[in-house]
Design a protein around this ligand. Structure first.
Ligand code: PMP
Length: 426
């Protein structure tokens, strides 16, 4: 028995499923999750002292690699002054100013403690601001686990929301409309059906929770136009894409301005942080200036602000995002070539520092339906073969992969060589 196996069976007696967030349990791939003891640069180490080239990066935030020495130093310096005050600090202003500088569509920003809080609060704000109840989201997009957002689409277009989890009353879920990502016709049709009832569209501008699916040309602009036409708020959930796809997020990469933006993970440099921000007029609709209530005891926590500020400062380095994208591209091209050589049908997607690969005969994957039709069994086997090779991929076929500035050319080449051996065994 490995130490991870031993820890996992012990964990299950006191933690539901042995984990504090479901996907960590390896449900998507089977087997025993690795219990991590430390992480440094591009590597994570498990309790059995195996080292892995890590493409999970704490599910996104580790763009600068794990345990960056300058972020660590910023945290240690902040700790000297206490862990939390629940009162304003200058660090929060510096953080807000930095976010505004990097993401110009954000005129005011409120810090929270997770991505879920960011999206939940942005939705409440959009509903309060427009005085409308319905929201529109896309099948396969994940926006955290607030009740209104934990609604999966049914099989077809224009699907009315139904609870995807017990505990979400039908009366809440019915206000969440879901349509297909990358399908503007469905968006237009549902707005035609409910012309004055939809408060907002919330979208991952590059979908990263059904593997990695970039928007097709014109899709995001189309959402912008529909929102303008119907007085709805356009919310970009950039919890994953923010500061990763480009310094200014996917909105800079594709040059589309949303009304509100949700940020998370990355903005705390690995600490539990999130944020939502956007136009003055909308943001001033929240308490204490406006009527929509939103709050948080640990919001703007000084340690988290110190880590996040340092991370954003380092991420602002000239050319960093071009380098990140080059790494994603090299990885995707390497995987593609290796799969072609082995005769394994595969296609890849990438945008900036995020990427995805799909076991499918399709030439490209642009929809949730295509993503779910891929060969999941083959993915599972590939995942475990890569793990044996010392490469830690996201343990699910429905998650994007992430590169960091710390992945060297050698790490990428070693990963591709591992993939070659794995494909040959599939
Ligand atoms: N939005 C997106 C796009 C995400 O990827 C996630 C988390 N993976 C969330 C929201 C929720 O963030 P958190 O897990 O920090 O609540």
């Amino acid at each position: 028995m490995t130490i991870s196996q031993d820890l996992f069976s012990r964990a299950q007696t006191s933690i539901p499923g042995g984990v504090n967030s479901p996907v960590r349990a390896f449900n998507g791939v089977g087997g025993t999750p690795l219990f991590i003891t430390k992480a440094e640069g591009p590597f994570t180490y498990d309790a059995d002292n195996n080292r892995y080239i890590d493409y999970v990066g704490s599910w996104g935030p580790m763009i600068l690699g794990h345990n960056h020495p300058e972020i660590k130093q910023a945290v240690l310096a902040a700790v000297e002054n206490g862990l939390s005050y629940g009162a304003p600090t200058e660090a929060e202003i510096l953080m807000a100013e930095k976010v505004k500088e990097l993401v110009p569509s954000i005129e005011k920003v409120r810090m929270v403690s997770s991505g879920t809080e960011a999206t939940m609060s942005a939705i409440r704000l959009a509903r309060g601001y427009t005085n409308r109840d319905k929201i529109l989201k896309f099948e396969g997009c994940y926006h955290g686990h607030a009740d209104s957002l934990l609604v999966k689409a049914g099989s077809g277009a224009l699907t009315m929301g139904v609870p995807s989890s017990p505990g979400i009353p039908e009366d809440f879920a019915k206000h969440t409309l879901t349509v297909s990502f990358n399908n503007l016709d469905e968006v237009k049709a549902i707005f035609a059906q409910y012309p004055d009832e939809i408060s907002c569209i919330i979208v991952e501008p590059v979908a990263g929770n059904m593997n990695c699916i970039p928007p097709e040309p014109g899709f995001l602009q189309g959402l912008r136009d529909v929102c303008d036409e119907h007085g709805a708020v356009l919310i970009f959930d950039e919890v994953m894409t923010g500061f990763r796809v480009a310094l200014g997020g996917a909105q800079a990469y594709y040059d589309i301005q949303p009304d509100l933006t949700c940020l998370g993970k990355v903005i705390g440099g690995g600490m539990p942080v999130g944020a939502f921000g956007g136009k003055h007029a909308i943001m001033d609709y929240i308490a204490p200036v406006g009527p929509v209530y939103q709050a948080g005891t640990l919001s703007g926590n000084p340690i988290a602000m110190a880590a996040g500020l340092k991370a954003l400062e380092l991420l602002s380095a000239e050319g960093l995002h071009d380098e990140l994208e080059a790494k994603s591209k090299a990885l995707c091209e390497g995987f593609q070539q290796a799969a072609d050589t082995a005769g394994i049908p595969l296609t890849t997607n990438f945008a900036g520092g995020m990427y995805g690969f799909f076991f499918t005969d399709a030439q490209s994957v642009t929809s949730y339906q295509q993503a779910t039709e891929c060969d999941l069994e083959r993915f599972k086997r590939f995942f475990h073969l890569m793990l044996e090779e010392g490469v830690y991929l996201a343990p699910s076929a429905f998650e994007a992969g992430f590169v960091s500035t710390m992945h060297s050319d050698e790490d990428i080449q070693n990963t591709i060589a591992a993939a070659q051996r794995a494909f040959a065994k599939l």
